[in-house]
Write a protein that binds this ligand. Structure first.
Ligand SMILES: C[S@@+](CC[C@H](N)C(=O)[O-])C[C@H]1O[C@@H](n2cnc3c(N)ncnc32)[C@H](O)[C@@H]1O
Length: 244
């Protein structure tokens, strides 16, 4: 497990539990609805980066796993993808995605459904499958005790493991698979294990990194322990392509 990721994830989760009112937020020059019980707003830097970097050209069908507020699904539809399936285990996320698809005029192309991974879809093939995943690995026996916990955490990376196996069966012959990840916060060794077990390779499609002072991150000594020679903690958001 990743000590920095666990510390950051736990702090962000506790903050989200305390302040999660409905709100409107701006991202990619558009205004988005966020219902209570789903995250977007202040966690949207990676959301915007990944949604704008996915290759939508020529894609006829897209599946967004864990759609949250539905940003990538809506952007995909606006970029011309005619059939977008948006799935989330959190009902508030699915409702938020439906509202955002209506707001941006693509409700006829985006179908949002409550689903534990691929449970609510059959074996249709998709040209593009994407998950901005809950990449903070926690112990295999840790319970996810609220809908918001699913935004951050994956016990033992068991959901990642199931996701890659399910995605493999549902990619069209030329279909492409992407994962929103962070090497600074996620568990890269465990990721490589589950990716390899599902028969994929990995390449970086897009990556952005920045340095933050430990004090900006919080009071935990873990932040200072992870600072580099420049006294800053280096955080990345990385869009990985899983290759066949
Ligand atoms: C890091 S958030 C990403 C949210 C949104 N796509 C974004 O980019 O802002 C991870 C999302 O995956 C969803 N999720 C976690 N486990 C899931 C599962 N087993 N099945 C479906 N969705 C899941 C969470 O509810 C959450 O919305």
């Amino acid at each position: 497990m990743n000590e920095l990721g666990l510390t950051m994830g736990q702090a962000a989760y506790e903050h989200a539990l305390r302040s999660n009112d409905a709100q409107e937020f701006e991202l990619l020059d558009r205004k988005w609805i966020q219902l209570s019980g789903v995250l977007g707003g202040e966690y949207n830097y990676a959301t915007g980066l990944f949604a704008s970097a996915l290759p939508y050209d020529g894609v006829r069908s897209m599946l967004e796993m864990g759609c949250g507020c539905g940003v990538a699904s809506v952007i995909g539809a606006l970029e011309g993808v005619p059939r977008v399936t948006a799935l989330d285990i959190n009902p508030a996320a699915v409702r938020t995605t439906q509202l955002n698809a209506e707001r941006h005029g693509v409700a006829d192309r985006v179908t949002a459904r409550v689903s534990d991974l691929f449970a609510a879809v059959d074996d249709d093939a998709y040209d593009l499958i994407f998950w901005n995943s809950p990449f903070i690995q926690v112990p295999p026996d840790q319970l996810l005790d609220s809908d918001l916990a699913y935004h951050f955490f994956d016990p033992g990376y068991a959901m990642h493991e199931r996701f890659f196996r399910g995605a493999r069966r549902r990619l069209s012959p030329s279909g492409r698979l992407f994962l929103g990840f962070s090497f600074a916060m996620g568990s890269s060794d465990r990721l490589r294990e589950v990716v390899t077990a599902a028969g994929f390779g990995v390449r970086v499609h897009v990556q952005e990194s920045f340095g933050v002072s430990p004090e900006e991150l919080g009071t935990s000594p873990v932040y200072a322990d992870h600072a580099g020679d420049d006294a800053r903690v280096h955080i990345d958001f990385t869009l990985l392509e899983l290759t066949r």
